[in-house]
Design a protein. Sequence first.
Lengths: 141, 114
Amino acid sequence: MQFRHKISGGDFSKAGNIASSVKKILHQLNIDHSVAKRIVIALYEGEVNVVAHAYSGIIEVDVNEDKIKIKITDKGPGIPNIEEAMREGYSTATPQVREMGFGAGMGLSNMKKNSDSMNISSIPGEGTIVELVTYIKPNAG
Amino acid sequence: MTIKEITRIIDGKVICCEEKLPNNIEYAFSSDLMSDVLTIEKENLVLITGLANLQTIRTSEMSDISCIIFARDKKIGEDMVSLAKENNMILIESPYSMFHISGELYKAGIKSIY
């Protein structure tokens, strides 16, 4: 099962819409609650990052039997130093993003914490690709 | 403790989803930083915040938080109420500061997460 959604940079009124719809789908698919929550948190952080930093983006979600893959591709300023960006507390967020309760430099590290693998590639001046994989445990319920 | 009792302690006014008043709450977390809220793994908690915008509701939805207290009578927009109703979330306004609300609830037995 695959989904593809577009995101507009800067539009905070819609930030979280994609994570919200994916959350409902994971619930319908009876994915283990704690696994679904990790996926949704990581996706929401990624969605907010695109809205906060990029001009536009595409989120692709691929639900397999054993894992969920998320690919977030954005057109934006990119990340010149990924290692630095991964450091908790490092942020280039604008005051507007901070007013929304974000921009504390915790997003990327929280995405890593809430996924089983995360890969980031970026070209400064062009954009960033974040790929997340989370494995699904069999639902005991 | 029930949300009804919490509401009484903080002189709260329920904005939506009153039917959740009998539900029990064990933990509370006070923050204006949604990035911090997204790191919480515990459930069955109330969020105490001074940040009143749509992302407060969205963040709570992602974190499975179904009760939010807005300190110092922050203006809760119609878009926030609508999204909260959609997610079956109870929103409560209190005239007190985050410090006061946190103190009263801690004193009454609500547990801290960290």
